[in-house]
Design a protein around this ligand. Structure first.
Ligand code: AMP
Ligand code: GLY
Length: 423
């Protein structure tokens, strides 16, 4: 079978890396891919985020038997629906189901209606009312754009002024365009964050191994919120008891609630959790694999991924079991200096093969391209260096050995990935 992976970040490199190992797969294509993915798959450049006609033509022409969609934007824009109309098989939720990530107001209401624990919230359609509410509550909040904002739409409002400024950024300056038509103001949760993923065929849900990412740009969880600066799996904070609770009180009520609304959710559900003193609470839902979490989960997964993805499509996930490598995986992200704010592109990257040659180290490319025969930086998060080892501490050391081999001008990475689970 030929497989098409859509996307071109570290998550998609890890997906392609895993899929090429399947004995069911003849050839993997990727749109648009990146320089690292191009070593494993044939990469093609064409529209893929909000216009899917050419992509569907391409999938038909090279006889794609399975399409796997990485990022949220094409899912929210209906890539699965378009490919279905062409009779193609695709892993991921339809547009109607991807609303779970694409509208935070929808997700919040679904949680409230189904008794899923989450921060108390209010939704506003005009800035004056939102500001009046902030002045009334006088406690730390998070201010969020309702729609997709490339991971930047949640702004902390620890003081009244900060929260008001966040409302203005979203609703008056319209930094996230239409995504800011509505604003959600929610109570701040405190605790430790963790990422919980389940495969689902719309009815049955199968949990993946636990993981945790590091969202802030600087050591000690300082700096700015990013897409994720590193990850590790397993995450000890997600004890078996907490995982059972999350399945019973969060995952099934959500998937059942979606089905009863006629929004059957098939694919992977990403539950962003805060483990508070009162138990787990949902920070957000995503309709896709996490990045960089995927870069630690796939290297740990023993099971062939392709039959699992097919079982989600075919509705027989109940027959599937997942096996995981023991030990730990750690991914340290290298970014362009300045990320998540402005950064430069086009810096030559050296040492990639030396890092990749280290035992149990894989270098996943997130934003790279080949220019005049040289791999160069092409975005904010550039690479994820993932290492596997018998324990977390050894995996951390090995990942940083990989990092030591790789160089580009103004490279930035955190030096404390995994610290929470080690201490
Ligand atoms: P979101 O875009 O909703 O995933 O939020 C991005 C990040 O902001 C989360 O990963 C958390 O670190 C933080 N965050 C969002 N909502 C809350 C909340 N209610 N309390 C505390 N932290 C939050
Ligand atoms: N690591 C966070 C995300 O994928 O959204």
């Amino acid at each position: 079978m030929n497989v098409l992976v859509v996307g071109g970040n570290g998550r998609e490199h890890a997906l392609v890396w895993k899929i090429v190992q399947s004995h069911l797969v003849d050839k993997v294509y990727c749109v648009p891919g990146n320089a690292g993915i191009a070593e494993l798959a044939e990469c093609r450049s064409m529209p893929w985020e909000d216009d899917f006609g050419e992509l569907a033509d391409f999938a038909e022409s090279v006889k794609i038997g399975l399409t796997v969609v990485g990022p949220e934007a094409p899912l929210a824009n209906g890539i699965v629906d378009t490919l279905h109309e062409r009779g193609l098989r695709v892993f991921g939720p339809t547009r109607k189901a991807a609303i779970l990530e694409a509208s935070k107001d929808f997700a919040k209401n679904l949680m409230v209606e189904n008794g899923v624990p989450t921060a108390a919230h209010r939704t506003f359609e005009n800035p004056e009312e939102a500001i009046a509410y902030i002045q009334q509550v006088q406690s730390p909040v998070f201010v969020k754009a309702d729609g997709l904002a490339a991971g930047k739409g949640a702004i902390p409002g620890r003081t009244v002024d900060e929260a008001i400024q966040a409302v203005k950024t979203i609703m008056v300056d319209r930094e996230f365009d239409d995504a800011g038509d509505q604003v959600i103001i929610e109570e701040e949760l405190t605790g430790e964050e963790a990422s919980f993923f389940v495969f689902t065929d719309g009815t049955y849900c199968l949990p993946l191994a636990s993981s945790q990412d590091h969202k802030m740009s600087l050591d000690g969880d300082k700096g700015k919120n990013t897409g994720g600066m590193g990850a590790y799996s397993p995450a000890p904070v997600l004890t078996p008891e907490i995982q059972d609770y999350v399945m019973d009180r969060i995952v099934y009520p959500t998937i059942d609630g979606m089905r009863s609304l006629g929004r059957v959710f098939k694919g992977v559900l990403y539950v962003g959790l805060m483990i508070t003193d009162d138990g787990p609470s949902v920070v957000e839902f995503n309709c896709r694999f996490g990045d960089p979490e995927a870069q630690v989960l796939f290297p740990r997964m023993e099971t062939d991924l392709v039959p699992v993805l097919e079982a989600c499509i075919d509705g027989n996930l109940i027959d599937v079991e997942l096996a995981w490598k023991p030990g730990s995986a750690v991914c340290v992200v290298m970014s362009s200096g300045g990320y998540p704010d402005a950064y430069e592109k086009g810096k030559a990257i050296t040492g990639l093969s030396d890092a990749g040659a280290l035992e149990d180290v894989d270098v996943f490319h997130a934003a790279t391209k080949t220019q005049n025969g040289q791999i160069v930086t092409d975005g904010g998060r550039i690479l994820g260096v993932t290492a596997l080892a018998n324990d977390l501490k050894s995996a951390v050391n090995r990942a940083y050995q990989g990092i030591d081999e790789i160089h580009f001008d103004k490279a930035h990475f955190r030096t404390d990935i995994g610290h929470r689970a080690i201490t």
